[in-house]
Design a protein around this ligand. Structure first.
Ligand SMILES: NC(=O)c1ccc[n+]([C@@H]2O[C@H](COP(=O)([O-])OP(=O)(O)OC[C@H]3O[C@@H](n4cnc5c(N)ncnc54)[C@H](O)[C@@H]3O)[C@@H](O)[C@H]2O)c1
Length: 292
């Protein structure tokens, strides 16, 4: 709404009182942002003919819970919701934010019957942004000049792609700036730990993460709506990339009007490849436990 990405925004939530209140609150701010219409309902028909459907319904982590702990409860919600959503909006791209994001993306894909490119997860777009911010802060540059990805699961088995991380084309391993330290192995470990534990820290402090995931999701929706072909580490179905098949996870991907248009064949070190395969296995075992 604030970025003017969509002219019509509809919110569906089983909690009628909550959705009515959210819609009122949003409409009261409409004067200050690009014009749009915002409506909401506890009837899924409010999503009829949507171009993009962002799925955020479901349980969230409580302090100490992992994202994978939410799988069974949120898969139940998907089972009931996704077929209804697809009936209402058969041409939509589904963008899954609900955790565990990669597992739910796969579940939504199977329940929807849509082609792989049209069901994507927000994946590690947020984790990569956390990663870039921590590198930028350590190296003393703007976050916009850091190019670095977190790949694999949006969760505990995710992996940092250090071998291709760079600042303005300088590999981070070679980064030097007077007055700023270089990235030593222990700094890298601390940065990655900061990424992996970020959500736990925020949930301990304020109960849920919301601003950065909202911005990250808006960026993905923008890429879809405006057919930007922007490279984003969204989660999507792998079909043999790096020897990985039939699982959703994040790798840098071209995102445009058709959804996940191409998963890029990014160069990986041996350690990164092994980590990515381990991450794929962790996601796959959760998917199998759910019976998919
Ligand atoms: N992928 C990410 O990076 C990321 C980041 C933040 C949160 N999340 C996930 O997003 C999800 C939502 O988090 P939140 O903080 O907004 O939680 P929340 O509790 O504030 O909101 C969840 C909403 O889902 C609604 N809901 C529950 N069952 C429903 C159903 N069957 N149909 C329609 N609506 C239903 C609830 O009424 C509630 O309003 C969680 O799974 C959380 O872990 C993911």
């Amino acid at each position: 709404m604030m970025r003017g990405v969509a002219k019509q925004i509809a919110i569906y939530d089983v909690d009628e009182a909550k959705v009515t209140a959210e819609v009122l609150d949003l409409n009261h701010g409409l004067q200050f942002v690009p014009m749009a219409t915002i409506e909401g309902s506890s009837d899924v028909a409010v999503c009829a003919d949507a171009t993009v459907v962002v799925i955020t319904a479901g349980a969230r982590q409580k302090p100490g819970q992992t994202r994978m702990d939410l799988a069974a409860a949120n898969a139940r919600i998907c089972r009931e919701m996704v077929p209804n959503l697809v009936r209402q909006a058969p041409n939509a791209i589904l963008l899954v934010v609900t955790n565990p994001c990669d597992v739910m993306t796969y579940v939504a894909l199977k329940l929807s019957g849509l082609p792989g490119s049209r069901v994507i997860g927000s994946g590690t777009v947020l984790d990569s942004s956390r990663f870039r911010w921590l590198i930028a802060r350590h190296c003393g540059v703007a976050v916009q000049n850091v190019h670095a990805y977190i790949a694999g699961e949006h969760g505990d088995s995710e992996i940092p792609l250090w071998s291709t991380a760079n600042i303005a084309s300088i590999p981070v391993a070679e980064w030097r700036l007077p007055g700023q330290g270089s990235l030593r192995p222990e700094d890298r470990d601390a940065i990655f730990e900061g990424v992996r534990s970020a959500a736990y820290e925020i949930i301990r402090g304020k109960g849920a993460t919301n601003y950065a995931i909202g911005l990250a999701t808006a960026k993905i929706v923008e890429a879809l709506m405006h057919d930007e072909r922007r490279v984003l580490p969204v989660s999507s179905l792998l079909t043999g990339q790096h020897g990985i098949d039939d699982v959703c996870l994040s790798l840098p991907t071209i995102v445009g009007r058709e959804g996940a248009e191409a998963v890029l064949d990014v160069p990986l070190s041996g350690e990164e490849l092994a980590g990515l395969r381990r991450s794929a296995e962790a996601i796959r075992s959760s998917i199998r436990l759910l019976g998919f």
